[in-house]
Design a protein around this ligand. Sequence first.
Ligand code: TXA
Ligand code: MG
Length: 318
Amino acid sequence: MKASLQKDIQKAAVILQQGGLVAVPTETVYGLGADASNPDALRKIFRAKQRPMDHPLIVHLGNVAQLPHWAREIPEKAVILAKNFWPGPLTLILKKADHVSDLVTGNQDTIGLRVPNHSVALALLNEFGSGIAAPSANRFGRISPTTVDAVRDELGNTVDLILDGGQCEVGVESTIVDVTGDHPVILRPGMITAKQIKDALHESVLTMKKNAPRVSGSHEMHYAPLTKTRLMNKQELEKFLQQATQLDLPFAVMSFSQYTTSAHIVKMPADPQAYAHELYCVLRELDKQNFRQIIVETVPENNEWDAIRDRLQRASYS
Ligand code: TXA
Ligand code: MG
């Protein structure tokens, strides 16, 4: 790690200790971090994001040994998932410890916890020594940032320091699994799939129906670009491209194939990991241009695409 980045991490830890806000790169998306034990600092997160106060925050930890400080019950399931997937893009919902602020939990009895897999985030957590509450570093309802430029676009000078960790490797938010009940429940799909969780636990995993309460990301319209976004399957898309003329409103297409057309086509990767890595960058870039519509080809129906399908459905909700 470069000396200048190391210096910035030290500076960031001091800012957190003093109750300030730091944008932190993680492997999923950039987070807007504050000291999870400082209510005044937590309030700043909600102000900067214009986020409703009852939406709970994920607390990021430097290692699994810190878990008992934040959660009062740690079921065997949680231990297994932490062993298998931490550090990594998985958030566990557990019963909260008594001292945890209502600002973190959105007045619930549970807390979301994860150990991120990013050298800069881990170095900061290590330097700071305690939990960092961090929602995605975007204004409420907008696409999560996966680059430093995107963080600047979203939050500008409402954050005291932005740590540069490059483009986020995974590119979509963590899988959230509630392990407080009899069966694990996926509250938000991510790139760790239901099957991977099922295989690790040797038990079936439930998936939360869309639009259930409690998870802010489960509001239908979330992660939305400003430009109207529509989903089409391959046949619909091909028909649309044949019929659309130059005179039509300018539109952009995100598809798996390249087409000979005057339309602006972004060819997306056929591999789900690579697709997720690019998704928010492409949407953000297209959103900045003067397209009247973004048309996205639907993605495969299988498990590995769950997180991407979920985010595309939200982006295209109208
Ligand atoms: O990948 C990620 O999870 C990123 C990075 C920064 O770690 N963070 C992220 O945070 O996506 P945010 O705030 O944008 O989304 C966190 C989600 C919200 O939908 C929130 O409702 C849910 O986690 N959540 C947090 N605590 C919860 C709890 N106790 N019960 C249920 N849902 C919870
Ligand atoms: Mg978010």
